[in-house]
Write a protein that binds this ligand. Structure first.
Ligand code: SF4
Length: 309
């Protein structure tokens, strides 16, 4: 009899935007067997390796010159307008796999910027998606990562707050309230400032934010949780925090080899979940390995029987 009951979180795995990007990449690789992704196509080293075997190579934005005349994939995060311009100059064919959700945010930011708004983006400055968003504003958008950075926002301008699609909602709403409060104070201050407007556009993707609740429920229903994600995935970090808070016996791994036997001590129910960048096949692999190696009720070295559903 097995001691461990290992299950995979049904609501984990790629979000549709990423599924779409990978489908576009694989389709193109089927056509010509050579494709360059501008930055890693997904923040998961294992999936990158799988696609590399099919001919997908990664090139940095700074090294665009090296792929002159080739075909380059723009990943789900999107790119600033300057990338498209440089690619054209270099005779590069662009396969644009920007997630439609991101494209929409880019368009909205561009519209507010053209209308003379100060653009504030809640996100991480170095994140590729944010670089793409800031690019819509000629580099002028102010990126804030926490409430502490709010002082950088000019309060005497009409302002709109957007968010990187993978940020957490509670902080976004705290930022919104804080900005609203300050801008209002200023309006009271002088007649001149009465024209100040403040808008907040919640552009956090439902694929990410909707998962908070589900992941909490999933991890609480298990004794031990293995969270599988690439260490560079920002969505992975957010979700891991949530999972770990709801169940302290949640462990982060990038590869199945990182599993540790002690984690499973006196556990019965083991759950496997991950980021929106975690491939399903990788979680399956983790499941199989746990059942093979860490189910203490089975004798190691004897023959195992595995039931596949
Ligand atoms: S998380 Fe949302 S915005 Fe980001 S790639 Fe997925 S679907 Fe698109």
């Amino acid at each position: 009899m097995r001691r461990l009951k290992v299950s995979i979180d049904r609501s984990s795995g790629f979000c549709w935007g990423v599924v779409r990007t990978i489908e576009i990449a694989e389709q193109e690789l089927g056509n010509q067997g050579e494709l360059y992704s501008l930055g890693d196509v997904i923040h998961n080293p294992m999936e990158i390796e799988r696609l590399r075997a099919k001919g997908l190579q990664t090139v940095k934005v700074a090294d665009l010159k090296q792929v002159r005349g080739k075909t380059v994939l723009i990943r789900a995060h999107g790119e600033p307008p300057s990338t498209y311009e440089n690619a054209e100059r270099l005779g590069i064919t662009i396969i644009d796999a920007t997630c439609p959700v991101v494209t929409k945010v880019q368009e909205r930011i561009r519209r507010f910027y053209t209308d003379g708004y100060q653009i504030v983006i809640f996100g991480k400055k170095v994140h590729a998606e944010v670089v793409g968003l800031v690019g819509q504003t000629n580099g002028e958008a102010i990126v804030v990562h926490s409430l502490d950075e709010i002082d950088r926002v000019a309060l005497d301008r009409k302002t709109v707050l957007f968010s990187q699609t993978t940020m957490d909602k509670p902080t976004f709403y705290r930022l919104k309230e804080e900005l609203q409060r300050r801008v209002k104070e200023l309006v009271v201050g002088s007649i001149e400032d009465e024209a100040i407007e403040f808008h907040a556009k919640d552009t956090i993707c439902g694929q990410v934010s909707g998962r908070d609740k589900k992941i909490r429920e999933f991890v609480q229903a298990n004794d031990v949780v293995i969270f599988v994600a690439g260490r560079a995935s920002s969505n992975g970090k957010v979700l891991f925090e949530i999972a770990h808070e709801a169940n302290p016996r949640t462990y982060f791994i990038e590869q199945p080899e990182e599993l540790v036997a002690e984690w499973f001590a006196s556990a019965e129910r083991v759950g496997i979940t991950g980021a929106t960048s975690t491939p399903q096949w990788l979680m399956e692999k983790v499941k199989t390995l746990i059942e093979q190696k860490f189910d203490s009720s089975e004798q190691t070295g004897t023959e195992h029987q595995y039931s596949h559903h």
